[in-house]
Design a protein around this ligand. Sequence first.
Ligand SMILES: C[S@@+](CC[C@H](N)C(=O)[O-])C[C@H]1O[C@@H](n2cnc3c(N)ncnc32)[C@H](O)[C@@H]1O
Length: 221
Amino acid sequence: MELTPRLKKISELIPKGSVVADIGTDHAYLPTYCLLSGISPRAFAMDVNQGPLDRARDTVDKYGVADRVELRLSDGIAGLSPGEADVIVIAGMGGLLIQNILSAHPDVLKEGTLLILQPMLAQKELREYLYSSGNAVTDEYLAVEGNKVYNIILARAGLKYTPTPEDITIGRNIRRNSPECFDAYRDKHTGILNKIISGYKKSSNDDTDKILSLERELKMW
Ligand SMILES: C[S@@+](CC[C@H](N)C(=O)[O-])C[C@H]1O[C@@H](n2cnc3c(N)ncnc32)[C@H](O)[C@@H]1O
């Protein structure tokens, strides 16, 4: 079984031997791959909708891992008990939805649990939430698929850390961890910032403060 580069990168970040819970699993490709490749002895494939869980059932049956991948109908992590999984993956959703899923059941996040989060949007807001809720980001990685760049955030439940502005805006250790993707990532963000700045500069309003703040952010990159 082959994963897309985004899911493959996530699988590479799961420590060998970990029990994984994949929240919003859809086809259960990630947990199935973790079983087949020997990363995980057991896994949970969880989704809030029955349709995706039916697709997950087809995948685990097809690859003969149904006895070790438990399917659960669950809103976020509601259906998981503290400590049941070593690693919780929430991928392919918006950052605010991921934040809502985590904040709805903080009791499930046993100290030390590794969170692997792949937000499609609102990465900055998710990072701010993780640091402020005592589930600090330890590392961030990038995955490139076609012309898209994806952020993969690793955080540790119960860990406290005071982030720098770069940790919030760019991502902790991201340049060091994913040097091969960093130029594409930086170009995407500086392109957006430059567009917004030139929009403000053309406007007849006094947007000096906003422009200065965006230029500071641009400098950070
Ligand atoms: C775009 S798919 C992502 C599938 C896979 N995780 C990936 O990254 O390729 C989003 C999945 O999340 C599920 N989902 C959305 N909200 C959820 C929630 N609150 N709890 C669990 N699953 C949810 C959807 O039903 C859908 O199957």
